[in-house]
Design a protein around this ligand. Sequence first.
Ligand SMILES: [Zn+2]
Length: 473
Amino acid sequence: MSFRRVPSIIGLVLLAAAPPTLGQAAGPARSGDIATAYRAPADSLIRAATADSSAYRRLGRLVDTFGPRLSGTASLEAAIDWILDAMKADGLENVRGEPVMVPRWVRGAESAELVKPRAAKLAMMGLGGSVATPKAGITAPVLVVGSLDELARRAAEAKGRIVLFDVPLTDYVVTRRVRTEGPSAAARVGAVACLIRSVASASIRSPHTGQTVYDSTVAKIPAAALSVEDAMMLHRFQDRGERAVVTLKMSARTLPDAPSRNVVAEIVGREKPDEVVVLGGHLDSWDVGQGAMDDGGGSVAAWEAVRLIHRLGLRPRRTVRVVLWTNEENGGKGALAYRDAHAADLPRHVLAMESDNGAFNPKGYVLAGSDSAAAVVQQVAGLMQPINATGVQRADESPAADITPLGEAGVATMEIDTEGSRYFWYHHSDGDTLDKLDPGELARCVAALAVMAYVVADLPDALPHSAAAPESP
Ligand SMILES: [Zn+2]
């Protein structure tokens, strides 16, 4: 998953292009200082990151060997073991798996078939967390609606029907409400099952999964995504006054929670080891494709960034910590476990970065933090001129899911801002495989993460927390 919004990032304002005033009160570093002091290490990191395709090769090894990595599966845990060993071999410090209990949902066999007006197999994929149908399936006429509001208006027609939400993707945060809330909204008005149009910006008849969230006050009904094409066809039948009838069969189960781990490794700071810059991605994925784009690429980019800082012999003042969260997709339990395990240390977390928008070509950074933090970040971003990734946009809340609990605790949070046009072509589908990423683009993401993490960890003064945050000690 990711918080990317399409086509534009709402709630962000472009930071004014003018550099901050020199000598600003409480400014941790003046404009010229960062450019002068950090040009050489930044250039070294950029050169090292873009010199070869090591990140891409590592990502290929990860996703081809272990495949998709849904929470609670042996493949996720085997991938975690492999990464922990590799991080130790890289020479990173304090390499460990921090325990997390995660939900365990199993898809099982599933299908959807059009029964009337003609027989046809539909391209479907059950939504994460869905319950099963009875063994014989559910066969019912379909009511197509274009929004949650339209369902409310046509509630009287929904009883005994399979409700299909045919809602095109506009803004991910808005459109995914149909996926999370649609099934319970349909159940509330008497529907027997719920289908949604895949949350996708392009389709070659590929269904896209994602988590649904049942409201505990209504019956749980089976829920699945149809391909964009099949959803549109069912809508056309209805528009022509032909009644579509569908048989939905699903055998999904929710098993007891299972143990997993957040992967953590560090370069311990040389002067202020208790102050921490976090960077990472989420290692879990949906159970389809390879989870290469979402979020194998972000995870490997963060890991490689820290490996390169170490390999170049750069030991910043503060600790740089890579965190590969577990269970972002269907629970967010890894993010909560990290926050809880490090609660006492959060006032000394100076920045938390996540890459979870697809490791495509980086344009810069999206920051949720104070004005004074933004002034510093903009200067650091200026060091990315060699790969043209100097942009700084500001968000009013954490730009990525796993760092949201840290942002709520006052830590400045950041996502690298990547070129996003292809992300929702592949998101949560069988198409999320290694070939969708580009070695050069991934390498530039590594550079963007490495430079920001190293410089912020090394600045003489800590990046300030948000105004509303607990005070730093
Ligand atoms: Zn993701």
